[in-house]
Design a protein around this ligand. Structure first.
Ligand SMILES: Nc1ncnc2c1ncn2[C@@H]1O[C@H](COP(=O)(O)OS(=O)(=O)O)[C@@H](OP(=O)(O)O)[C@H]1O
Ligand SMILES: Nc1ncnc2c1ncn2[C@@H]1O[C@H](COP(=O)(O)OP(=O)(O)O)[C@@H](O)[C@H]1O
Length: 202
């Protein structure tokens, strides 16, 4: 561990607000959370495409990708998942400082870990999106064949089967992907971002 007592903060001469002015929109984290197969990746990809078309500067962080690089040393036990979310929170915060709308797609099963990220951010900078789909739906979709592996006893500690998922209590947005289409979910998100003024900087 580094001794943080011997480290001083260095301030930039360009602020987050000035970067936002340059981009002409606000910056924030759109934090997708939900079971494997609920639709986090799919919907965040489509949302990013739509935002990009509007000239919004974005970046997407996805569990599957980040666990190949930055977080490849982490497992799926409670400690590994906690550290995964802590690091993603820190990286996302930097990106928000840089003026981006960050889209994160992680199961992030623990309420406390998500709330820790919320606490790191300023008011309105953390938009929690509960991608709500039943385990039955997720298992029927099984886009990576993981549920099949779990049921065959080849994987242990899988979220929603034999590891917990704690649903958000008061998320900014709920997407019921059991019944809503991908397009409907994207439109819901776009409506929220526009209504709350994220896509302009005033
Ligand atoms: N044990 C276990 N439980 C759940 N998921 C597992 C597990 N092992 C591997 N995978 C695959 O890893 C993806 C989830 O990674 P995350 O970084 O999003 O997980 S977490 O937020 O740390 O819980 C998850 O991807 P998604 O399906 O996109 O959610 C799975 O493909
Ligand atoms: N309404 C919907 N919303 C999101 N995904 C859906 C929907 N209906 C079907 N799907 C499909 O379900 C799968 C969701 O997988 P994925 O986006 O990888 O989920 P996650 O990232 O949450 O694990 C994709 O194959 C997607 O095409």
């Amino acid at each position: 561990m580094t001794d943080s007592q011997n480290i001083e903060w260095h301030y930039s001469k360009v602020t987050k607000e000035q970067r936002r002015d340059l981009n002409n929109h606000k910056s924030a984290i759109v934090w997708f959370t939900g079971l494997s197969g609920s639709g986090k990746s799919t919907i965040s990809v489509e949302l990013e495409k739509e935002l990009h078309h509007l000239g919004v500067r974005t970046y997407r962080l996805d569990g599957d990708n980040i666990r190949h690089g930055l977080n490849k040393d982490l497992g799926f036990g409670p400690d590994g998942r906690k550290e995964n979310i802590r690091r993603i929170g820190e990286v996302s915060k930097l990106m928000v400082e840089a003026g981006l709308i960050v889209l994160t797609a992680f199961i992030s099963p623990y309420r406390e870990d998500r709330n820790e990220v919320r606490k790191m951010m300023e008011h309105g900078e953390f938009i929690e999106v509960f991608v709500n789909a039943s385990i039955k739906t997720c298992e029927a979709r099984d886009p990576k064949g993981l549920y099949q592996k779990v049921r065959a006893g080849k994987m242990k500690g899988f979220t929603g089967v034999d590891a917990p998922y704690e649903a958000p209590v008061n998320p900014e947005i709920i997407l019921n992907t059991d019944v809503e289409s991908i397009e409907e979910s994207v439109q819901k998100l776009m409506f929220y971002l526009k209504k709350k003024g994220y896509l302009i900087n005033d």
